[in-house]
Unconditional design. Structure first.
Ligand code: ZN
Ligand code: ZN
Length: 385
């Protein structure tokens, strides 16, 4: 059974009430003004210096004891453009918007942890950070550009995780989540009559070979013990059944854990796409737009997070999660200071609470919330010591 501190346990009712309130009113990226207001209001009057409107809708709240280190606790606030399919009493009241990733829970857990830490006032500074736009809209970069990481020694964050059962905490040193880069390839050919292919340069045939050739990056160029993904996710070209079009547009995503491998990927994609296209009398233009780096947990911070996790749920319930090729902008904070991102097990199959993140039926076992809040308090305390 998890061990809860009395001051964390005392806030359980408020914790669940705050999560349910946020769940009913999800807000999309950079529009999280109500959510930010709720987070700030929860900390107001507890000794924090609170800055709102950081990077749009972000909140930074600092509380300091005796001089010491600065530990950042980060929560993301955005919901998703999904129509909720659950009919719980706290289901989303906003049409077409849903907290389908658990960020409502992240805000609630962090708010409770912040209030508890403020009342205990350990030596050092606790910086609570509520960020906008985690879901692919660069919220973390926006916060960092406004000074969120200035003076921070250690960064900590959690994600509710339906891949793990409630009662567990997932802590892993090293790579946890992948870098996410966007790929766009335009293949220029020369359109013409579908009946006279010899009078044109067919970009559709070239695109088909390019898609196939790109598969050899992972299968033939990346060492088999390293992980990478090259996915072409969209192909757009043509209108009519009897017209060869002028061009094809492909988009996709590139995922890696290793920074050096990541840096090598644009050359590999460009070489194959341009080479294959040229052989077929077409011309490929390749653009790789960098997104989040990989989430790389620092070994020392992961060790302290593991100690904290063991104190909360016991050693048998602390697991080392499988890395995922999904991305997270928590990675951006780790480029500025060492840190650890921890999964809070939140599924409960017996209660039907085991749908994947981003599903319209996503929900989690709320027992995970108190565990996550207790863990944040324990880990922050450990990081300040
Ligand atoms: Zn998500
Ligand atoms: Zn998420």
């Amino acid at each position: 059974m998890p061990q809860f501190s009395p001051d964390v346990q005392a806030l359980e009712t408020e914790l669940i009430a705050l999560r349910r309130d946020l769940h009913q009113h999800p807000e999309l990226a950079f529009r999280e003004s109500r959510t930010a207001g709720q987070a700030a209001a929860f900390l107001e009057g507890h000794g924090f210096r609170i800055r709102t409107g950081v990077g749009g809708t972000g909140v930074i709240a600092d509380v300091s004891g005796a001089p010491g280190r600065t530990v950042l606790l980060r929560a993301d606030m955005d919901g998703l453009p999904i129509q909720e399919a659950n009919d719980t009493p706290y289901a989303s009241q906003e049409k077409g918007r849903m907290h389908a990733c658990g960020h409502d829970g992240h805000v609630a857990m962090a708010a409770v942890a912040g209030r508890v830490l403020a009342s205990r006032r350990p030596a050092g500074t606790i910086r609570m950070l509520f960020q906008p736009a985690e879901e692919g809209e660069a919220g973390a970069q926006t916060m960092i550009a406004e000074g969120a990481m200035d003076g921070v020694d250690v960064a900590l964050g959690v994600h509710l995780w339906n891949e793990l059962p409630v009662g567990t905490l997932g802590v892993k040193a090293g790579p946890l989540m992948a870098s996410v880069d966007r790929l766009r390839i335009v293949i220029h050919g020369r359109g013409g009559h579908g009946a006279k292919p010899h009078r044109s340069a067919d970009p559709i045939v070239a695109a088909a070979y390019v898609v196939t050739a790109l598969q050899t990056i992972v299968s033939r160029e990346v060492a088999p013990v390293h992980a990478a993904v090259v996915t072409i996710a969209s192909i757009h070209a043509g209108e009519a059944f009897n017209v060869i079009p002028d061009e094809v547009v492909l988009t996709g995503t590139i995922r890696t854990f290793d920074p050096a491998l990541r840096r090598s990927m644009p050359e590999r994609v460009t070489r194959l796409a341009t080479g294959v296209a040229a052989g077929l009398q077409c011309r490929a233009e390749v653009e790789v737009r960098p997104g989040n780096p990989a989430v790389l947990n620092d070994a020392d911070v992961a060790a302290l997070a593991r100690r904290a996790a063991i104190r909360v749920v016991g050693e048998a319930q602390v697991v080392e999660p499988e890395p995922t090729m999904g991305g997270e902008d928590m990675a951006c904070y780790f480029e500025k200071a060492p840190g650890c991102f921890v999964f809070v097990g939140s599924s409960n199959a017996a209660r039907g609470l085991d749908q994947p993140h981003h599903s319209p039926r996503f929900d989690f076992d709320e027992a995970a919330l108190l565990i996550g809040a207790e863990f944040l308090v324990a880990a922050a305390t450990e990081a300040l010591a």
